[in-house]
Design a binder for this molecule. Structure first.
Ligand SMILES: Nc1nc2c(ncn2[C@@H]2O[C@H](COP(=O)(O)OP(=O)(O)OP(=O)(O)O)[C@@H](O)[C@H]2O)c(=O)[nH]1
Ligand SMILES: [Mg+2]
Length: 512
């Protein structure tokens, strides 16, 4: 009898232990997947990215915001405390001045006929216009936002195209969308090179007094074909003038942050915000750009199906700028030469036996994500690693999410696919990009990756060497003002360099 009681008690205790173990395990699993408080490695998951992000948002409205850390490795680059506090102050300013506030109403009234500097109120604004491809748009949003941080303005974005279907609101408790009834909406598309309301044209026409500007708004034309007058935007004394204008409307397709660093009055603040200079876009992009739930669905489905199980992920972005564009054998040769020479992809095995002896399932799996408008580049790679075995025994799996064939900017689903692919590229371990492509710049910056850049082919032949490793992950300011007021700074500043893929472009680099 005694023995029976002991056995029953032991069994009871044992099942109690099992039950509590099960409850604890389940709880932890739940935490890991929903709150995201821990990761596979057991380290707590940093869903706010070093406090770059605020906790204020509702998670469901934009899943990517707090879930990105489930898909990305933690960044080795941490935002400075000063940047974090600046972002929180910006968020407060945006709440105070954003659409729907008294301050916004007052400021828009100043756009009417009777403008006087007294009627403006406490808030000043920057308006972003959606022009050119998605890569350019993302880069100009980051540039304008940093300019807004530096000049205590708030940034509002043109929502007439599809930005709202691509990106979530980045600032809590307010909106970054420029209301459709904004008084200048009908004029936004007229702010081109010749517009009398753009700063460069005004300078050309001597329509500006050297000490005051008595306008309520001004447009800044910073597009690749801008002229020397437009480039005066980057001069210290012009900044003093521009500062007085309550509304600035930017028509830009360039990543102009490197030249903001060369404006003396901004440099000190910038170095406090970004002690590591090549992390500017990396942090700004992770703060600002959160794909909408629809795009996030595309990203996570691709990731889970094709990338998550791999031991290593390689991204290859193939942008063909020649006319006509499409599939070219020399570009294919160049991709293979670069990836194999740089040991990003294994060479093909020369042995007769095409079957590896290794029967274990522990063979390394390498996932290759190819993004291109054309299907042939990834298809050739896929076939190559299927028809023959790799010299290292690795299994190479090739995946290309979309094949859009031609650029269809402002077609919602096309742009959503483009954003999904940029984001997926940023989730890889190594990345190969095409020269001068803003699409690739965004991916490398978001991912914190120094890309291998495929040089531009000349005379329909693969260049030699085929590619170069970038010195920094920063995007290139493809048409930087090199000869005006910043000519000397360009030469002597150690933390800017001419871009690897554009000798007349400038990019930020950590000088050591
Ligand atoms: N889905 C997808 N779209 C692409 C791809 N390459 C180009 N596109 C489309 O073409 C556009 C190219 O514009 P950007 O994003 O600015 O890229 P870019 O390489 O700088 O090209 P340009 O601006 O024309 O010099 C993209 O936004 C997409 O709409 C690709 O690999 N995948
Ligand atoms: Mg572009």
């Amino acid at each position: 009898m005694k023995l029976m009681i002991t056995i029953v008690t032991c069994l009871l205790l044992w099942s109690l232990m099992l039950l509590s173990f099960f409850i604890i395990f389940n709880h932890q699993l739940h935490n890991a997947t929903t709150n995201g408080s821990s990761t596979d490695s057991g380290k707590p998951r940093d869903k706010l990215l070093g406090r770059l992000l605020t906790e204020e948002f509702d998670e469901d409205s934009c899943l990517s915001r707090y879930q990105s850390s489930l898909y990305r490795k933690p960044s080795p680059y941490k935002p400075s405390r000063y940047l974090v506090s600046k972002l929180r102050s910006y968020e407060m300013l945006h709440k105070r001045c954003g659409p729907g506030t008294k301050a916004y109403k007052k400021a828009t009234e100043s756009l009417g006929e009777n403008y006087s500097s007294k009627s403006v109120g406490e808030c000043r604004y920057i308006v972003w216009i959606a022009v050119y491809g998605l890569g350019n748009r993302v880069l100009t949003l980051a540039s304008l936002f940093l300019y807004a941080l530096l000049t205590d303005r708030i940034m509002l974005v043109d929502q007439r195209k599809d930005i709202n279907d691509l990106l979530c609101e980045p600032f809590p408790g307010t909106s970054w969308l420029l209301p459709l009834d904004f008084p200048l909406t009908d004029q936004l598309d007229s702010f081109d090179r010749e517009s009398p309301r753009c700063y460069g044209t005004m300078l050309k026409n001597h329509a500006i007094n050297s000490t005051t500007i008595i306008h309520s708004y001004l447009c800044l034309y910073i597009i690749h074909d801008y002229d020397d007058h437009d480039k005066m935007f980057f001069c210290e004394k012009d900044q003093l003038l521009i500062r007085q204008v309550p509304w600035l409307v930017f028509n830009s397709n360039l990543y102009f942050i490197p030249s903001l660093w060369l404006i003396p009055s901004f440099q000190f603040e910038l170095s406090k915000l970004f002690p590591q200079k090549e992390t500017v876009f990396h942090h700004l992009a992770r703060y600002l750009f959160h794909p909408t739930n629809h795009v996030w669905g595309m990203i996570t489905r691709s990731y889970n199906a094709y990338l998550s199980r791999a031991d290593e992920r390689l991204g290859i972005q193939v942008r063909v700028f020649s006319k006509p564009a499409g599939y070219f054998q020399h570009v294919m040769d160049q991709i293979l030469a670069c990836t194999q020479r740089e040991k990003l992809l294994p060479e093909m095995s020369v042995s007769k036996s095409q079957v590896t002896n290794n029967t274990s399932r522990s063979l390394k799996l390498k996932a290759v994500l190819v993004t291109s408008l054309y299907p042939e580049y990834s298809e050739n790679l896929r076939q190559m690693y299927w028809e023959g075995s790799s010299s290292t025994g690795e299994t190479v799996q090739v995946y290309q999410p979309s094949q859009e064939m031609y650029q269809q900017t402002d077609n919602k689903l096309h742009d959503q696919k483009a954003l999904a692919e940029i984001y997926l590229l940023s989730l890889t371990d190594h990345i190969v990009t095409s020269d001068s492509s803003t699409f690739g710049y965004v991916a490398q910056g978001l991912g914190g990756l120094k890309p291998w850049i495929l040089y531009k082919p000349k005379n329909n032949t693969a260049p030699e060497p085929p590619c170069v490793r970038a010195v920094s992950m920063e995007p290139c300011f493809l048409r930087a003002p090199l000869y005006g007021c910043q000519a000397k700074e360009v030469k002597i500043t150690p933390f800017v360099m001419y871009c690897e893929d554009r000798i007349t472009g400038l990019k930020l680099v950590d000088s050591n």
